[in-house]
Design a protein around this ligand. Sequence first.
Ligand SMILES: C[S@@+](CC[C@H](N)C(=O)[O-])C[C@H]1O[C@@H](n2cnc3c(N)ncnc32)[C@H](O)[C@@H]1O
Length: 319
Amino acid sequence: MTTFSKSGFKTLNYNSFRPHYPPSFYKVLSQYVQKGQQQHELPVAKAIDLGCGTGVATYPLLNFVRYVIGLDLSPSMINTANSLVPQRLKEMGIDPSDSRITFQVGSAESFVNSSDNVEASSVDLITAAQCIHWFQDYDSFFQSSAKLLKSGGTLAYFYYIDPMIVNFSGPSQGIKEDILEKAYEVYLKFAYNDPNLIGPHWEQPGRNILKNFCEEVNSHIPRDEFTDITINTYKASATNPSADTAQELDLKKLNISLQEYLAYFETYSGFHNYKEKTGNVDLIKADFVKELVDATGWDLEKTKVDLVWNTGYTFIRKK
Ligand SMILES: C[S@@+](CC[C@H](N)C(=O)[O-])C[C@H]1O[C@@H](n2cnc3c(N)ncnc32)[C@H](O)[C@@H]1O
């Protein structure tokens, strides 16, 4: 079971504090999808969003796909996704009676392997946002996706990891570059480097696959089934705080409070596992805050920060 499926995982917090891909990302994705169509026309008929969670990356697909199925292993994620449907469709100006989106519980592996749900060669787009690093068997995942996709259909996976604070405003102590470096060191200590903190509580190999920009996943792409392989990654840094040459990779939250930064950290599955194992629910709110504030001179109430994520995507086309 992944951590996200555990009953104690706060799926509404997840929905609120996780970053969303920018419209420029979906534009690049839709252009790629369009290129695979015989008439080069959008919308396409059908997409499946694997590991959809609360639907963060599922809804934007409705802008260029007629019918979208969101699928996730976690019943609590799917419950939250379903509870948000009326509100989200209203925000997008889509009539709920058009039934253009459904969310179902299911694993990426069993869904693509079963012919009960979706016919072979019937899907235009399969997406996996921020979840492919959890999948169990990449060879069978790619083969099953190839089976479901139409010729010319797209398989797209995309992800983000380890936000870096690249700027701040408000009280502080010291030289800006040093402060940013110290803040990142505190982050790395709590997220990975201290064996008594969250580091040992990540599910592996998933976290390491993600940290390595999904290279392991890319290495399994079957070249006899897929073509037009497009891989793009961006590594955030304080000296290069924007992915401005490839705006679709610009995943950021600007001018947010330290509380919001901490709330994002609290959505980490590694933190959830740490809490379960140790009973220490206040690690982030107490120890992390203290070290961060001591290292930077920031003020929990007044300091605002700009966060930029390392990110990347892979698009491939069914031959
Ligand atoms: C980090 S969340 C990403 C959710 C959403 N796609 C997004 O971009 O915010 C990862 C999701 O993948 C789901 N997941 C993990 N392994 C899965 C699998 N094998 N099949 C289906 N869903 C899976 C988890 O339950 C979780 O909801």
